[in-house]
Design a protein around this ligand. Structure first.
Ligand SMILES: [Zn+2]
Length: 220
């Protein structure tokens, strides 16, 4: 999918946003072209992974390559977090519903895949690093997904869970049942100090030292 040009303008100039779109579309070569979701399933089944994880990897790669600053990386996460909070179906939409409806005729559902998907990618990146004591990260999960599902086998949510469980040697049932398949609020406050901003939106506090260290550890 090609998002509209304004889709992820954060606070930087248009050329950098164009770079973000190029990074996103470029990563679809791996997550979408080489490895892709089972085409016999409705698109809503794993669009959260197809779009949200592509978006997260795009931002993270740009930060790693110092094309955007750690502050801009965090601002992008907060931007998506605000969109997630403003989405009227964020706390009710399940994968079972996503599979049943026409997501293009219901843009709140379609957009949620990008917003919530990016937040789930962030949390999975943190959890994979924690569970493997820093030996693996979301990049290793993506490599494993591309390695396993670049044909003739496709991925689905159950296979994605098996792949992360194999990588971390731990059980991801709760995470998949509640945050991926279910509609439980994405628990950013478990990892970050969050606070309300002037618009009464909850966001990751950019001035907090532990938040800054965690963000920098993802980029390093
Ligand atoms: Zn996309």
């Amino acid at each position: 999918m090609h998002p509209p040009l304004s889709y992820d303008l954060v606070s930087e100039d248009a050329p950098k946003s164009l770079i973000r779109i190029i990074a996103h579309e470029n990563f679809h070569e791996w997550n979408g072209d080489y490895a892709s979701c089972d085409p016999t399933l409705p698109e809503g089944h794993c669009k959260w992974f197809h779009e949200g994880f592509t978006d997260y990897i795009a931002y993270l790669t740009l930060a790693k390559e110092k094309i955007i600053s750690p502050e801009a990386f965090l601002a992008a996460i907060n931007f998506r977090y605000h969109e997630y909070q403003a989405n009227p179906v964020a706390l009710t939409a399940t994968i079972a519903q996503m599979e049943k409806i026409d997501i293009y005729a219901n843009p709140d559902y379609d957009h949620l895949n990008y917003r919530k998907g990016l937040l789930l990618a962030l949390l999975m990146d943190i959890e994979i690093r924690k569970q493997t004591h820093g030996r693996s990260s979301l990049f290793d999960l993506m490599k494993a997904v591309v390695g396993r599902y670049s044909g003739p086998e496709y991925y689905n949510n159950s296979k994605l869970r098996q792949t992360v469980q194999f990588l971390t040697k731990s059980d991801w049932k709760y995470f998949f049942d509640h945050y991926v398949e279910g509609s439980m609020a994405v628990p950013l406050s478990k990892y970050f100090h969050v606070k309300k901003n002037k618009s009464a939106e909850i966001e990751i506090n950019s001035r907090d030292e532990s938040n800054r260290k965690l963000i920098e550890s993802l980029i390093d």
